[in-house]
Write a protein that binds this ligand. Structure first.
Ligand code: ZN
Length: 255
């Protein structure tokens, strides 16, 4: 079994509080993962993501504020993100974006905080990890304006948008959602993404792939995502694993 690069995980989530460290240890000793990016969503998880990255050589992290937490944005948070992005293990600004499905923060606030973080990423020349749900138009408008480098994770839009995202120079991240029977758009988009732009992720503890949908997800379930992507793209699983690891390391400048 080749190690798979998990480009988007949340091992600092409370659902891993009992066994997260031993689980990570086991994932690496078993060789099932080749690297993990632990992605922050709010100020607290910027700190907890860093703790995980400091503890494990193959764990990297992203520092940023998710649209759900946009309302908590303040100068102190910006300072923290800027400081963390100077560290070697902090490889991206994220996750950032817009979520009009839950609307946990007001849309105007989400847009303001997303735009601010896109500006910081430009200024510091770092990639971004994008979250966009039911907010395609507003997201694309800002991406066309700022043209960041980065990845749109948990991609849920049409193949046409996938193509435009790649034309803008971005990568596309797919996870367990691509295995769901009703996931017409992710399945159709999985086919059009160029091989040098595709990333694989868990988004754990969420998005456990079929046939484990609904359980707590972790990186050991990635082979189900790889199998479905290989089937859809009519390619070899080993090639897909090697290519997506190479893509992640290129994007996040990991040597
Ligand atoms: Zn996430």
């Amino acid at each position: 079994m080749m190690g798979i690069f998990d480009s988007h995980a949340h091992y600092d989530d409370s659902r891993f509080s009992d066994d997260g460290f031993s689980l990570l240890e086991q994932l690496f000793t078993s060789g099932s993962v080749s690297g993990i990016i632990n992605v922050a969503c709010d100020k607290k998880s910027c700190y907890t993501s860093k703790i995980l990255a400091d503890a494990f050589p193959f764990v990297y992290y992203a520092s940023g504020v998710h649209p759900h937490a946009a309302s908590e944005w303040d100068d102190e948070t910006e300072e923290l993100i800027r400081t963390q992005l100077q560290e070697k293990k902090c490889v991206a600004l994220g996750e950032i974006g817009l979520d009009y499905h839950y609307d946990f923060s007001p849309r105007e606030k989400q847009k303001e905080v997303f735009e601010r973080q896109l500006q910081i990423a430009k200024e510091l020349d770092v990639p971004v990890i994008l979250h966009s749900r039911e907010a395609c138009e507003d997201t694309m408008q800002l991406l066309r304006k700022y043209r960041p480098s980065g990845v749109m994770h948990c991609f849920s839009y049409s193949p046409e948008i996938a193509k435009e995202v790649c034309d803008l120079g971005l990568y596309v991240g797919l996870n367990g959602c691509v295995t769901f029977k009703n996931a017409k758009k992710p399945k159709a988009s999985a086919v059009v993404i160029p091989e040098d732009r595709l990333l694989i992720e868990t988004d754990c503890p969420y998005m456990a792939p079929e046939p484990h949908r609904g359980v707590r997800c972790d990186s050991s379930l990635l082979p189900f995502v790889v199998a479905e992507l290989a089937r859809l793209r009519q390619t070899d699983e080993a090639l897909l694993i090697a290519q997506t690891e190479e893509n992640a390391k290129r994007l996040f400048r990991i040597s």
